[in-house]
Structures are given as structure tokens and as C-alpha cells.
Design a protein around this ligand. Sequence first.
Ligand code: ZN
Length: 298
Amino acid sequence: MKWRGRERSSNIEDRRGTAGGTGGGFGRGGGMRIPMGGRSGGLGGIGAIIVIGLILFAVGINPLDMLAGNTSSVPRQTNASVPSANAGDDELAQFVGVVVKETETLWGEVFQQNNMRYAPPKVVLFTEMTESGCGVADASSGPFYCPDDRKVYIDLRFYDRLRQQFGAPGDFAQAYVIAHEIGHHVQNLTGVLPDFNARRARMSQEERNAYSVRVELQADCYAGVWANYVNRENLLEQGDAEEAINAANQIGDDTLTRGTVQPRNFTHGTSAQRREWLNRGMQSGDVGQCDTFGNGAI
Ligand SMILES: [Zn+2]
């Protein structure tokens, strides 16, 4: 992606290099502390479970643990020499800033066309661990969107894992991950996530999973709509689209779990589904093509 020199979002909350404190000020984040109290059991954002990251279960993290603020597996003591962002990280942070800015432009336009106003989310960059409105996040959480505080969280080191562990290299694979999480924010604004939240208590686990798949595939489609926009802006480079499609493929539930999980337990969709819906958004550039909830859509 041709991103250098382009404007960056002002909605990046940079908490990198401030790991180790669970309640302390966030140095570069402006000393703001995310309010954690008041949510009984930490599960106020129960809907967040379905939008947590891309890969939680694949790395053996129980999303419930994180949402409940169960940090027993998270080292509280991190030594003082947590590396501050190195040059590579800074470049990555700049890249994320440009990607987020481009999502703000697109979604601002789309919302306006629908007589709505787009309020962009904050995107929190962190290292090691940080607090979110959905519980404590650590490096293994993977990128996620928290509907309760309307923020996207990402430890940039996830991108190393995306490349090495998940076999999805390339800057546009990285952009896709951001655009997918931003897609969840769009769903929060359009009522898709609140709707899910309202219904989920009455659903069986299987129904919840199936609904979650529809939510996730729609976020993939929205990421594709964004990729289409970036292409129209002439920012795509050769191989970018393939990088995103490959990433979607690599984080499909069946591929991630290598056949060890029953399809009825899938929460994000198969590799084929994720490729298909991302591609649908990419080809059409039309959010109207992203109705994963229609009869026979999936
Ligand atoms: Zn998601």
C-alpha cells in the first residue's frame, strides 16, 4: 500500500512502552485511565466476546478470561526495561495511523450518504498489556474491538505473529486486520452489535456461534469495501489484494484449528467464507453487498 507521506489519524492512542502498570497512567496516552469499575463481573460488554480479536481461541486464550479481567496468567511484574518503540515499530505505528485515517474518510462518506454521522473509534496501540473497557488485554489477545469503550486495541507485535505463525505477510494483510476491527465499530454504530447483544441471552450456544459468524463475515466484507476505496484512491500496490485475501484465508476457523473444532463451534467463519466476503466487499465497494444476515446469505 502506498501510505508514506499520507495524513495520519488523530484518533490513535499510543500507550506503547507503558506496560507493567495495570492502573497507572498511560504515559503517552495522555495519562488517561480507562474506567474499569462498575461492570459486574467485567462482562458488561458480553457482546464483546464475539468481536474479540481474530485469533483468541487459536492461541489458547479463553476470551471469557480476558473479559472477566482474569489476569492470573498475565505477568503483573514486567521489568522496567520494556523497550520503548523502536524505529520499526514507529514505522508500523505510522502505517496504522494512515490506514485508520483512510477508514475515517471512507466511513465518513458512507455514513453521510446514509444521512448518518460517523464517529470514528480510538485505536489504542499498546505493548505487553493494557486495560480496555472489555477487560485487560495482553499481547496474546490479538487485535480486538471493544464495543463498550468504542476502541480498537492492537499490540503491534501481533503483526509478527500474523506473518510468522499465521503465514500472512504483507502490509495489506496488516491493513485488513485494522479495517476488519473498524468494521466492528461500524456495526456498533449501525446497531448490528447492540442487536446481537440484546438477543444473545435468548440464544443457544450454537445459535450464538452462527450469529457471530455472520457478524464477523460482515466485518470482513466491510474491510473489503475499504480496500475497494483504497484502490480507487490509487493506493494499492501489486499483490496487496492477494495479501489481504491470504490473511482472511489463514485466519479462517477451519484453517486455524486444523480440523480439531466442529463447524458448529466456529465463530468467525471458514477460510472459504472469509475469503468470499472480503472479496465481495473488495469487488463491489458497496456496503449493500455485505448483508450476511439475509436468508441464504451464508
Ligand atoms: Zn472480528
